[in-house]
Design a protein around this ligand. Structure first.
Ligand SMILES: [Zn+2]
Length: 52
């Protein structure tokens, strides 16, 4: 009885999250980097894509 039950998978690349975790307190930033931690004020540098 669940018509149109589409499971939306969010995200996908865990690597994208790394740039959003505060290096100081580990808080997950609400905004994508670069941003500033709302808890401790540490700067979250933008995650650089790995290119080889
Ligand atoms: Zn922090």
């Amino acid at each position: 009885m669940n018509a149109g039950g589409v499971s939306a998978e969010e995200g996908g690349d865990p690597a994208c999250w790394l740039g959003r975790v505060c290096p100081e307190c580990g808080l997950f930033a609400d905004e994508p980097a670069p941003t500033t931690c709302v808890r401790c004020g540490a700067e979250l540098p933008a995650a650089e894509p790995e290119e080889e």
